[in-house]
Design a protein around this ligand. Structure first.
Ligand code: UD1
Ligand code: CA
Length: 462
């Protein structure tokens, strides 16, 4: 039995192919709410205090190891996937100390740390413990048959259930606390005499129950924790449930999410209090949002950091950008990786910024492309300005000083340096450096031909 202070051990079964997902990606790598399913299980196990974690892998083992290369776990290879009982049996040598171990499923991503602790505590009061839930739609999960005394009689797989058994709403969540080495004796006796021809871990529990070993049923307070993922519909449900959970947590710390159903805020995203998130927003990856921000309808952000009090207007698309406090972005702004926007700057509609720094209070309000540029504090970039950063072979930088006024429709042919407080005349193609305080004009002199337009119209009869 686990003693206080003894290390908590978990074995995660993650070797299955998950054929019903019909995917080239190993099942446990499929993301839900922005994290691979297996990641969810490992995080919960760590926060339950598990120090030793063994993960049984097989199908796509190399890919799984690669994705989790930074993780301190013991990898156990199940070369042929002969069922959950066979999978756990492979971990026997990784489980050295006698006691109780958690056995978790890599495709049951909603499991909480609290449930794991409950399972461990319940196993102390019997021989083993398993999590069960009562579901309205138990689907393909194994059904838990209990006797009149409420004790486990047996677990039966959905595919092998009689109509009466299928009508049972009580399911096996695939989360257990099992005695070691005790359980391994039962695993050795397993036979593949079932429709799948597999060695079922559940049959080991059935055999133990039949021998009168007390197996505690831990009823999940939150039945969604039992949602196993076997197909894409299950995956979609788990994804939404995990998003919902994260949104609830954010709302509790003071974030307004106007329409949680239409909003996607992935698990690693942080949002400060008094920020308001409008419908249809997607906040993805390692995005962090400050306090008191407004993220309006349909904004899409991945790996973006946003300072306090910034407003991002509808349908702006930002990736890998760093926005300081009190900025105004959008509507319809496009910020690409390496866009760094200092405090109080404004980036307006149909403006694209790539790998560029905009200083404090800079304004780029309409229809511009700024790439590989540095724009000094207080400068104004007019409508239609383009940094011509690419000559077909290489990218070149544009440096714009402080309080510069770049007139509308200026083409800035890089490499180019524009000094502080300089100006460019609208419509100029500027290809030579502009000294501080100067005006750059590059356009032909205007001629007005008297009455030309009038004569033209008359001739055409218009
Ligand atoms: C299993 C349980 C079922 C339970 C459900 C909970 C058995 C026989 N059935 O069914 O009672 O309701 O989980 O979600 O245990 N795995 C391996 N190696 C294998 C086979 C599976 O590591 O050879 C792993 C899978 O990667 C998966 C987990 O074990 O993470 C469960 O396997 P799966 O085939 O999905 O079992 P279910 O049919 O869902
Ligand atoms: Ca499953």
């Amino acid at each position: 039995m686990t003693q206080p202070g003894q290390k908590i051990l978990a074995v995660v079964l993650a070797a299955g192919q998950g054929t019903r997902l019909r995917s080239s990606l190993p099942k446990v790598l499929h993301p839900a709410a922005g994290r691979p399913m297996l990641d969810w299980v490992l995080r919960a196990a760590r926060s339950a205090g598990c120090e030793d974690i063994a993960v049984v892998i097989g199908h796509g083992a190399e890919k799984v190891r690669e994705v989790f290369s930074g993780e301190e776990v013991t990898w156990v290879l199940q070369e042929e996937q002969k069922g959950t009982g066979h999978a756990l049996a492979q971990a026997e040598s990784a489980v050295s100390e006698p006691g109780v171990m958690l056995v978790l499923s890599g495709d049951v991503p909603l499991v909480s740390a609290a449930t794991m602790k409950q399972l461990l505590a319940a196993a102390q009061m019997g021989w083993a413990a398993m999590a069960v839930a009562d579901l309205d739609d138990p689907g393909s999960l194994g059904r838990v048959v209990t006797g009149p005394d409420g004790k486990l009689e047996r677990i039966v797989e959905a595919a092998e259930s009689s109509p009466e058994e299928l009508a049972i709403g009580r399911v096996n969540a695939g989360l257990y606390a099992l005695p070691t080495p005790g359980i391994f004796e039962f695993l050795r006796a397993l036979k593949p005499d079932n429709v799948k021809g597999e060695l079922y871990l559940t049959d080991a529990l059935n055999a133990a129950a039949q021998q009168g070993k007390p197996i505690r049923l831990v009823e999940l307070a939150d039945p969604t924790e039992s949602w196993g993922v076997n197909d894409r519909a299950d995956l979609g449900r788990a994804h939404r449930a995990l998003l919902h959970r994260h949104a609830e947590g954010l709302m509790q710390v003071g974030v307004s999410i106007l329409d949680p159903e239409s909003t996607t805020i992935e698990a690693a995203v942080s949002v400060g209090p008094d920020t308001v998130v409008h419908p249809g927003a997607s906040l993805l990856g390692n995005t962090s949002i400050g306090e008191g921000c407004t993220l309006e309808q349909g904004v899409w952000l991945r790996d973006v950091s946003v300072g306090d009090g910034t407003r991002i207007a509808p349908y702006s698309v930002l990736e890998g950008a760093d926005i300081a406090a009190r900025c105004q972005i959008g509507p319809f702004a496009r910020l690409r990786p390496g866009a760094v926007v200092a405090e109080g700057a404004k980036v307006g509609n149909f403006v694209e910024i790539k790998n560029s720094e905009l200083g404090k209070g800079v304004k780029v309000n309409h229809l511009a492309y700024i790439g590989d540029a540095v724009v000094g504090e207080g400068s104004n970039i007019g409508a239609g300005v383009v940094t011509c950063n690419y000559d077909g072979r290489q990218k070149s930088p544009t440096r714009i000083g402080r309080r510069v006024f770049v007139g509308s429709d200026t083409m800035l042919v890089a490499p180019l340096d524009i000094g502080d407080e300089a100006m460019t005349a609208a419509g100029s193609v500027v290809s030579k450096d502009v000294p501080a305080g100067s005006l750059a004009v590059e356009r032909s002199k205007q001629r007005n031909i008297a009455n030309w337009a009038r004569r033209f119209r008359r001739r055409k009869g218009k």
